[in-house]
Design a protein around this ligand. Structure first.
Ligand code: ARG
Length: 230
């Protein structure tokens, strides 16, 4: 009777720990939480949000400890090898956060600098890749437990920039004066729901519900609640 969603609820506006009882009493709020709740409703299940480290959230779905991971998860080749994904319900792009007075003004200026990212994310992967592949090498990157810790390290001067998805970047910059965002040319990423590889019954059920929620505008209206169009 329950639909367990593993997540890392430190990724605003996709998933956050709520101050009060959260969305529909889940204790959490955010785009993923509301979409997951709507999917659970369609399937006649009770949504349970399980908050953990990002890597653990991915692994929980892979191993079947949770039914699905919803955590602003980008679909990529590495993950497709170990889990199955629903259709995409949102997009993101990796951006660079710097201090307002930073000498870093373009991606070229990052070379030789220290980069903060969240462990296990695509931002970490891009940043730590080899220079031939557009990265800066592993030694240039520190992986933090969550995005906010990386941003705090930037404010403290422990790192020179933070590479993270655009939506949380905007939230962190809005909440932390003295920071700004650089646009990058990294590709747009598709966010989707991950489930254990081969669990087609669950994936079909999720996709069926998601299709309806996309078609009737529910997904877009949830996104619009949290992200104001530019
Ligand atoms: N989109 C990025 C990725 O899939 C970052 C996701 C981080 N999500 C989170 N809830 N902390 O790697």
């Amino acid at each position: 009777g329950k639909l367990h969603m593993s997540t890392n609820a430190a990724f605003p506006p996709y998933e956050m720990v709520a101050d009060g009882e959260g969305f529909e009493g889940t204790g959490y709020e955010g785009i993923d939480v509301e979409i997951a709740y709507a999917i659970a409703q369609k399937l006649g299940l009770e949504l349970v949000v399980d908050d953990m480290d990002f890597t653990a959230a991915l692994e929980a779905a892979q191993s079947g400890k949770s039914d699905m991971v919803m955590a602003g998860v980008t679909v990529n080749e590495d993950r497709l090898a170990v889990m199955d994904f629903s259709e995409s319900y949102a997009t993101g792009v990796q951006v660079v956060i710097v201090t307002e007075d930073s000498p870093i003004t373009t991606l070229d200026d990052i070379e030789g600098k220290l980069i903060g990212t969240q462990k296990g994310t695509t931002g970490f992967t891009y940043a730590s890749d080899t220079p031939e592949n557009g990265g800066y090498g592993e030694d240039a990157v520190i992986g933090f437990d969550n995005g906010l810790s990386a941003v705090q390290a930037l404010k403290n001067g422990q790192v020179d920039c933070v590479i993270i998805d655009n939506a949380p970047a905007q939230t962190f910059v809005a909440e932390n004066p003295g920071l700004k965002i650089l646009d990058t040319e990294w590709v747009t990423e598709d966010y989707a729901i991950g489930v254990a590889k081969g669990n087609t019954a669950l994936l079909d059920a999720i996709n069926g519900a998601l299709d309806e929620l996309i078609a009737d505008g529910t997904v877009q209206s949830i996104i619009d609640t949290y992200i104001t169009a530019e």
